[in-house]
Write a protein that binds this ligand. Structure first.
Ligand code: T1G
Length: 692
């Protein structure tokens, strides 16, 4: 065996050169990996005893793409296009041996080989779109030559890996090796090529699949229209379609050249920087400062959920989906029946969309137990309380739970705002108590705010942090404060939205500014969806707010056909002249001057106080890092991933711009806009949140 460099070595076995790449964790195409590939192929070409070359990787996966950590840094030779040319123009057959996830540039390396072999568990894919990019090393030119433009664009626009079996069926992979015996299988396959004097098949020379789309621009227009809604606000996706169209219309080399130019332009774009930021932010969020891989965790084999409401049902589904049995406790049979019918309906809807078989639905429902007997929670390793947002009620429940739950069981509250330490104090085991704040719909939204109490033990925290990905959640550890991270920042936005409509903006204008910004909906549409009467009561309502007045009139949101908006049977929203009259009269009674308010001011008034609150959250240590706050907003509230999250967005706007605007608003509208000390400090130092 010859060591080619720090991450690659070469062995020759029966006329077959084996280039092995070993660069943990995912053999990403760092400079060393690129050099190792180049050296390996060159040495194999120069060795007269070698008749074919295999490229294989050690560790968990074949090359999983370009090294994203290198993006934005000065590029070093050998450059990827040169490495690919070296492989593709080799005079002896090159076989790429795939396992794990051959993604992005890794899959593009495999496409320049003359043959590909994979184990059945391998996956291939071009996920660049998830990073705000398009494949930049020939993927948009070679893949359609193998699978046709429609399948190629499905792969590229979804960014979703496809199986080795599909790859074999599509002709992307030439052979499947036995699981666990990839290298042997690849060498045997290479020998068969030698024996058969097999041709050097270059993907770039294939044209039959492209011919089917030649002169049919309507194919691309149809694909563009089919994806326009999903990609609203994104930039890379239309360039991906154009690049695949170039593969059909242009000679290969020109197509590759244009692909590279579009890729490089996207690489420097704010959207791609934002999406790459989120890629690492999501992974960083799982890291908790004082919790290490050696922190003991507890097995979670049975879960109890208290409350079968919308949240309780959604929470239960996460565990049922992960194969963990759940017992739901309620106080009445009606509530239980209502809850289980919501779960059943959710699953049946998923099955109707083909994402679950009915057998899988039955299996999930089979893991669900329903009871009115609180003592049934005694067997649970984790109990999650998901009842009405009342501190008194929660304290009562945790006091009762303390007497029923087995020693060592983890006791969690799904509270959205309340003080987890006060809840823990209702038990004799505060070290076993923490918050698990799911976001509605709890079986859909990926965010889980893990609220660390003052006395929460490291084992309990580590257990729940490790559990999060197993139930399909991104766990972000947050501190105890009113609303934790997400809702605490949301409160800032809601306050300003309420003031803006009293000063002259309309609910529809405020909502449109945020949906144009990329959020799924604005504050007033969100209030109508959730229901204006959450926390409102007719007994105590005094008509002291627009919400009070609307609720008193019975305009309680979508569920009553009217809230801030009027709704038709299909729940399509229409601005309400009646509500506009109410708002103007209310403002007049308060003596609030009316004015036209620009979209720009609305956006700044809604977003900058959120950023400011995020800075305070960081100052108080209620979030570990600014990027955690970004993850909360992207995974919990649908903040557009191409803007990277509120704190990343502040960095792109410029902290001094945010600070100056907050000071201007403070002078005009009062101390709600007083800048956080951390924001002042970072702005003065020319710093950023992402480097704080
Ligand atoms: N570059 C650098 N580091 C990477 C990486 C990459 N491409 N992929 C993963 N990591 C790190 C990750 O940060 C984490 O680090 C560790 O590996 C384990 O990852 C030219 C330009 C491969 C499916 O988009 O999808 O090629 O936190 O926790 O859940 O056209 O990682 O341990 O320090 O995610 O088992 C295209 C991105 C790049 C693949 C494994 N490729 N990676 O998932 O582990 S652009 C991608 C993934 C490109 C070309 C273009 C996943 C995975 P740490 P992990 P996992």
């Amino acid at each position: 065996m010859t060591a080619l460099n720090a991450v690659a070595d070469l062995t020759v076995e029966d006329e077959v050169a084996i280039v092995t790449i070993n660069s943990p964790p995912v053999n990403a195409l760092s400079r060393d990996v690129r050099e190792g590939l180049m050296l390996g192929v060159e040495k194999a070409e120069a060795d007269a005893t070698v008749k074919a070359t295999v490229i294989v990787c050690a560790g968990r996966t074949f090359i999983a793409g370009a090294d994203i950590t290198e993006f934005g840094k000065p590029h070093a030779a050998p450059y990827l296009p040169d490495v690919l040319d070296r492989i593709e123009n080799a005079k002896k057959p090159v076989v790429a041996a795939l396992h794990g996830t051959a993604l992005g540039g890794g899959f593009e390396v495999a496409l320049t080989a003359h043959y590909r072999i994979a184990v059945p568990s391998a996956k291939c894919g071009l996920p660049e779109i998830k990073l705000g990019l398009i494949p930049g090393a020939g993927g948009t030119q070679r893949l359609p030559r193998l699978v046709g433009v429609e399948t190629a664009l499905e792969v590229i626009l979804s960014g979703t890996p496809f199986s080795a079996r599909d790859a074999k069926q599509w002709g992307v992979v030439d052979a499947l090796a036995e699981e666990g015996k990839l290298a042997e299988g690849a060498v045997a396959f290479a020998k068969s090529l030698i024996a058969a004097r097999a041709p050097l098949k270059k993907v770039r020379d294939r044209d039959e699949k492209l011919a089917a789309a030649r002169g049919k621009p309507e194919i691309f227009e149809a694909i563009r229209q089919a994806h326009a809604k999903k990609f609203r606000g994104f930039e890379a996706w239309e360039k991906a379609i154009l690049s695949v169209k170039n593969a059909v219309d242009l000679p290969f080399d020109e197509g590759v050249e244009r692909e590279r130019a579009m890729f490089m332009a996207l690489l420097g774009s704010t959207q791609s920087k934002a999406q790459r930021h989120v890629f690492f932010a999501e992974r960083a969020a799982a890291k908790i400062a004082d919790i290490g891989p050696d922190t003991p965790t507890k097995p979670i084999a049975r879960v109890g959920v208290i409350g079968a409401g919308t949240m309780g049902g959604g929470i239960a589904m996460n565990f049922l989906n992960a194969g963990i049995p759940v017992t739901i406790v309620e106080t009445s049979k009606e509530a239980l029946d209502r809850g289980v019918s919501i779960i059943q309906r959710n699953y049946e809807n998923t099955a109707k969309k083909g994402r679950l078989t009915m057998a899988e639905v039955e299996a999930r429902m089979g893991r669900l137990s329903l009871t009115l007997d609180f003592r049934a929670l005694a067997e649970a390793d984790l109990v999650i309380e998901a009842v009405y947002e009342s501190m008194d009620l929660k304290k009562l429940i945790f006091e009762k739970l303390d007497g029923v739950a087995k020693p060592g069981a983890i006791l969690a509250s799904n509270t959205s705002y309340l003080n987890v330490d006060a809840i823990a104090a209702a038990t004799k085991r505060p070290e076993d108590v923490l918050g698990m704040h799911f976001f509605s719909p709890a079986n859909v939204m990926r965010l889980l705010e893990i609220v660390r109490g003052e006395k929460t033990s490291k084992t309990v925290l580590a257990t729940v942090a490790a559990l999060a990905p197993k139930i399909g959640k991104v766990g972000v550890t947050v501190g105890v404060c009113y609303g934790f991270v997400g809702n605490r920042m949301l409160a800032e936005r809601q306050r300003e939205a309420g003031k803006l409509i009293l000063e002259g903006a309309t609910p529809a204008q405020v909502d449109r500014v945020l949906t144009d910004f990329g959020l799924p909906m604005g504050p007033f549409a969100m209030s109508d969806l959730a229901g204006l009467d959450i926390g409102w009561s007719a007994e105590t309502s005094k008509g002291e707010s627009i919400r009070d007045i609307l609720c008193e009139e019975g305009r309680r949101g979508q569920k009553t056909g009217a809230g801030f908006y009027d709704y038709d049977e299909q729940r399509n929203a229409k601005p309400s002249a009646h509500v506009e009259t109410i708002i103007r009269a209310f403002a007049a009674a308060k003596g609030i001057a009316q004015r036209d308010i620009t979209d720009a001011e609305i956006l700044e008034r809604l977003i900058y106080p959120m950023i400011n609150e995020g800075a305070k959250i960081l100052e108080e240590g209620k979030a570990q890092r600014a990027s955690d706050i970004d993850v909360v907003w992207i995974m919990g509230y649908g903040w557009p991933v191409y803007r990277g999250g509120p704190m990343f967005y502040a960095d792109t706007v410029g902290l001094n711009t945010v600070l100056d605007k907050l000071k201007e608003f403070q002078a005009k509208f009062g101390d709600d806009f007083r800048p956080a000390a951390l924001l002042e400090k970072l702005a003065a130092a020319g710093g950023s949140f992402s480097k704080a």
